[in-house]
Design a protein around this ligand. Structure first.
Ligand SMILES: [Fe+2]
Length: 185
């Protein structure tokens, strides 16, 4: 199940909020302008589905999000546990960084952990199948897909060529639970 834990940024051992309730998660994240929604497929998405089939299954919500935010491109990324570049791909965004555009991901299948660092608090969000997360530009965060990553995600971009991580140089990400050391879903 999806999960949100909220900590003070100086105390990685004591989350003062721990919830798996979608509505409670969305309400807490809305306070920091982070979007969190659940989407349902209009038709089954089978393993090996093409990107077009994936997008068709979520067309209504994809079109709504694009219309609301002016995203220019939408794609589908699929990563399996035996991906030859999985270690490098995982490492890329494990340290605290931000982007100059929103980071928007919908989890068609599988899971990944976003951790956000906002106003002295740390928000650890385990995203699972059916979860949409919308992180505003400039929000400091890191993303952990685990050592054996497994997910299919729809990504939304405003400027795909400009989507790069700006790293803060902080080591805070290493102090908080990773995908593997946080409680099992
Ligand atoms: Fe990021």
């Amino acid at each position: 199940m999806s999960r949100l834990r909220v900590y003070d940024d100086y105390d990685p051992s004591n989350p003062h909020l721990d919830t798996r309730d979608h509505a409670a998660m969305a309400a807490e994240l809305a306070k920091i302008n982070v979007g969190f929604e659940q989407w349902e497929a209009s038709q089954p998405v089978v393993p090996g589905a093409s990107p077009d089939e994936v997008l068709t299954a979520y067309r209504k919500d994809v079109d709504r999000l694009v219309a609301e935010n002016g995203f220019k491109t939408v794609d589908v990324v699929s990563i399996k546990p035996d991906h030859p570049d999985r270690t490098m791909m995982r490492q890329k965004f494990l340290d605290e960084h931000f982007h100059k555009e929103d980071e928007v991901r919908f989890f068609v299948a599988g899971a990944g952990q976003f951790t956000l660092h906002v106003d002295g608090k740390v928000y650890e969000i385990l995203c699972e199948t059916g979860d949409l997360i919308h992180v505003p530009d400039g929000t400091k965060h890191w993303f952990d897909m685990g050592a054996q990553p497994s997910f299919i995600a729809i990504r939304f971009f405003t400027e795909p060529d400009g989507w790069v991580g700006h790293f803060t140089g902080s080591d805070i990400a290493q102090k908080f639970p990773s995908y593997e050391t946080s409680p099992p879903a």
